[in-house]
Design a protein around this ligand. Structure first.
Ligand code: ADP
Ligand code: TRP
Length: 329
């Protein structure tokens, strides 16, 4: 059985792109692998969040993932800052990570550009912390998006370097996990190819029905088909893609026919899409809010997660310290 691990950014809410592109797969994977999912709150410190917001972000993220189907009884779901073995391994790995290679990382170069007034050492060593996150459980597979592939490559490099340096075969090489043919890209409603936080076009799981209706009704379309079987423009294709994701096959068929014979009214399609989106998100949204306000439950979840994560992490750290040469007097 493979060990699968992924870190979850503690900034921002889940949108339908995250759900269908990532979280849905996590939910499925948790039953087939030994899974670790954690909220990366140490990583978030690189952007200096306000103390009063720090825990609330973690609470939101946990609520959203559990409401979406991650089962804390099945997967190990924990908060990074509850596992002190991670920063200790990070310290040890930092000794063998070279400043030059860290400075050449694309994500670091992007940060220098996007936050020139806050180029802190945490940003520079971000890939080292990420490596510690991963190898502390000796993960085999790490599901990450395209933007994280270089960080994962660095994690492999640091793990391999440790093995070479001490002449051991201790760490496995963590591989990026690819959802294969099931990889889907959820489009935006603004005619762009991708729904995303930074694209500013997200439909969020916590959006209220009125917000969803407004967002969908504003979706970009075109002047409509003028002759039978005419080619679809990108924005209209996107609408149909979303309809396929969220509506019944009958509904999709109905609007496809209308498009073909040029009787389609995009307003009707949008209304239907909005209602089907709401039918999908409403129960999730309700669960998110219930979990978010259930202190006792969340306390239990993070305690259980930390316990399991620490059991695995402390074993790794014990071995690593011994390999490096730390010995009790
Ligand atoms: P965003 O692009 O909104 O900032 P993230 O980069 O935080 O989203 O995405 C986290 C994960 O969610 C990614 O690894 C990717 O697998 C998935 N994801 C994000 N947007 C989409 C999308 N539009 N379609 C499919 N998957 C997506
Ligand atoms: N850097 C990842 C992101 O921005 C989050 C993350 C932190 C992560 N540590 C990780 C992902 C370890 C995978 C494995 O999305």
């Amino acid at each position: 059985m493979d060990t699968v691990l992924s870190g979850i950014r503690s900034t921002g809410s889940l949108h339908l792109g995250n759900y269908f592109g990532a979280v849905k797969n996590f939910v499925k994977m948790q039953h087939e692998n030994r899974c670790f999912f954690f909220v990366a709150d140490y990583h978030s410190l690189t952007t200096h969040p306000k103390p009063e917001n720090l825990q609330d972000s973690v609470r939101s993220v946990l609520s959203e993932y559990i409401a979406s189907g991650l089962d804390p009884e099945v997967a190990t779901l924990y908060v990074q800052s509850d596992v002190p073995e991670i920063p200790e391994l990070y310290l040890l790995l930092n000794m063998n990570a070279y400043v030059g290679e860290l400075q050449r990382t694309t994500t670091f170069k992007e940060k220098i550009r996007s936050q020139p007034d806050n180029v802190n050492a945490g940003l520079l060593t971000y890939p080292v912390l990420m490596c510690a996150d991963i190898i502390i459980h000796n993960a085999d597979k790490v599901p990450v998006g395209k933007d994280q592939e270089q960080n994962l490559e660095m994690a492999r490099k640091f793990a391999r370097r440790f093995n070479t340096m001490y002449g051991v075969e201790y760490f496995k090489m963590p591989e990026p996990y690819n959802f294969g043919d099931k990889l889907i890209k959820v489009p935006g409603l603004d005619g762009t190819g991708k729904m995303g936080k930074s694209e500013g076009n997200g439909i969020f799981l916590v959006d209220e029905p009125s917000v969803i209706r407004k967002k969908v009704m504003r979706a970009v379309t075109d002047a409509g088909p003028t002759k039978p079987n005419s080619k679809m423009s990108e924005p209209v294709k996107n609408l149909f893609y979303l309809l396929e994701l969220l509506s019944t096959p009958d509904t999709v068929q109905f609007f496809r026919e209308q498009y073909k014979n040029c009787t389609i009214r995009y307003g009707d399609l949008k209304k239907q899409l909005a209602e089907d989106m709401i039918a999908f998100t409403s129960p999730v949204r309700k669960r998110i809010l219930d979990i978010y306000h259930d202190d006792d439950y969340l306390k239990k979840v993070v305690r259980m997660g930390a316990e399991r994560a620490r059991a695995s992490a402390s074993k790794t750290l014990r071995d690593v310290r011994e390999i490096i040469g730390f010995k009790p007097f």
